[in-house]
Design a protein around this ligand. Structure first.
Ligand SMILES: [Zn+2]
Length: 449
């Protein structure tokens, strides 16, 4: 009896040692590609001690994790469009795991741990920064040369799709995700500005990846943006809350409890940035002094003016949550010199709004309303040195660079086409002699009035 007991305790002790040795399991892996880096995120059951280093000829990145185990199926992820050629892993020192990333080219790596949030548990984030900066057509626009002042420069609008990557934003009715709706609307908005003469648009993020709120304002500044518009979708515990809102930065915190709650919620996503996701509160002292600056006051005035015009346009075709421009301390609006507005394009937690936010034509409608509002604002307040200002001074009318013809594609409807080209359905019908609403054929050319 006694011998049996001793043996059993030994077995239990051994089992315990085994489970302690495997302090954390690496359960899942995700890859996010952004213009300047590739982010590898590993989901862990607990905090992990780790170390990363690079090897050359051929280029590799090694991730060593102490006291860990790994589900070997987790690396069945697509590596397309990343510098990673292959991912290997092996057990080391019986308790540790080594992951080796075989690379096409050398990278500048950085890693940090993230604490659990509402969506994920402990995570190890490994950022692989590209050594050569990729320049695409989204790169900073050239300033107009002083030798050609007659033409003037384009007005630059920075368009910010809220959230992205590890930060899904609000999860709404029918599992609708804020980060998807915001990017889709942002891309529609870019398309509208690119077609408009005298305007250029720049996205702060072009895909599903995370960038910090400060980075977003930095991108706007580096693009020498004349205005920043940040697109979000609202969420509330009561599904009955619905409609759109427009925010600008408040001078002294939020104007209402609800707005303050919202401000906290939107700002909290900066914590996801890890090491660079610094505390936002410590900026308030600095901000307070900046706010005193006259340029800030001017920026605020312009922001509110632009916000009002966007709100009017949104209200023409959508239900509004608030009938005036609200003010809150959203970090993304804190550029002291760039007028900035934030659009909450409906409540993702409301069944009707969530359905609309998923609809392609509704997203286009939202984009068109924002576009019309911003364009209207600039027609009334053209920035110095711009082509628009020159046209205003000379009294020459801006002619929009939109195409005059559209070839009907499969799935096109007359109302979609009307929204796309910012014309009325009746005008479109008249110009093309269409009697019935949907009497269009695939391949047919339509005149755009
Ligand atoms: Zn948001």
């Amino acid at each position: 009896m006694l011998g049996h007991l001793v043996n059993r305790s030994l077995v239990i002790l051994l089992l315990m040692t085994t489970s302690v040795a495997h302090a954390a399991n690496i359960e899942n892996a995700r890859l996010w590609r952004s213009p300047e880096k590739t982010r590898l995120v590993l989901d862990l059951t607990d905090f992990i001690d780790h170390k990363i280093f690079t090897l050359s000829n051929p280029s590799r990145l090694v991730i060593d994790m102490n006291d860990s185990s790994l589900n070997s199926s987790i690396f069945n992820i697509t590596l397309a469009n990343t510098p990673i050629r292959n991912i290997r892993h092996a057990k080391r020192n019986s308790n540790d795991v080594r992951i080796v990333l075989d690379l096409y080219e050398s990278v500048s790596p950085r890693s940090f741990m993230l604490k659990p949030n509402s969506t994920y548990g402990h995570r190890l984030v490994v950022d692989l920064f590209d050594k050569i900066q990729i320049t695409d057509n989204q790169s900073a626009p050239q300033k107009s040369a002083p030798s050609e002042p007659i033409d003037g420069r384009d007005i630059i609008v920075a368009i910010d799709a809220g959230h992205g990557g590890e930060d899904p934003g609000a999860i709404g009715y029918g599992k609708a995700r804020e980060k998807e709706a915001t990017l889709a609307i942002a891309k529609e908005l870019v398309a509208l500005f690119q077609r408009e003469q005298g305007f250029q648009a720049k996205l702060t993020r072009t895909g599903d990846y995370y960038i910090s709120l400060r980075e977003r304002t930095k991108i706007a500044r580096n693009s020498e943006a004349d205005l920043l518009v940040s697109i979000h979708a609202d969420a509330f515990v009561q599904p009955s809350a619905r409609g759109m809102s427009v925010f600008t930065l408040s001078e002294r915190g939020a104007t209402s409890e609800a707005a303050l709650w919202l401000a906290n919620k939107e700002n909290s996503s900066d914590l996801i940035g890890g090491e660079e996701g610094v505390s936002l509160d410590d900026k308030d002292g600095l901000l307070a002094s900046v706010l005193l600056d006259l340029s800030m006051t001017d920026t605020q005035t312009r922001s509110i003016r632009a916000g009002k015009m966007v709100l009017i346009e949104l209200g023409r075709q959508n239900k509004l949550h608030k009938k005036h421009v609200e003010q809150a301390e959203f970090v993304v609006l804190k550029s002291p010199d760039i007028p900035s507005v934030l659009v909450e394009a409906g409540f993702i937690t409301n069944p009707e709004d969530a359905r609309k936010l998923k609809s392609h034509s509704h997203r286009k409608r939202i984009a068109l309303a924002i576009f019309t509002g911003i364009r209207g604002f600039f027609h009334q307040n053209p920035p110095r040195g711009t082509m628009l200002e020159q046209h205003m001074i000379k009294g020459t009318l801006m002619v929009s660079a939109k195409p005059h013809k559209h070839r009907v594609k499969s799935g096109d409807t007359l109302s979609d086409i009307a929204i796309h080209y910012n014309v009325s359905i009746s005008g479109l019908r008249r110009a093309n002699g269409i009697k019935k609403a949907d009497h269009i054929k695939i391949g047919q050319w339509l005149k755009i009035p």
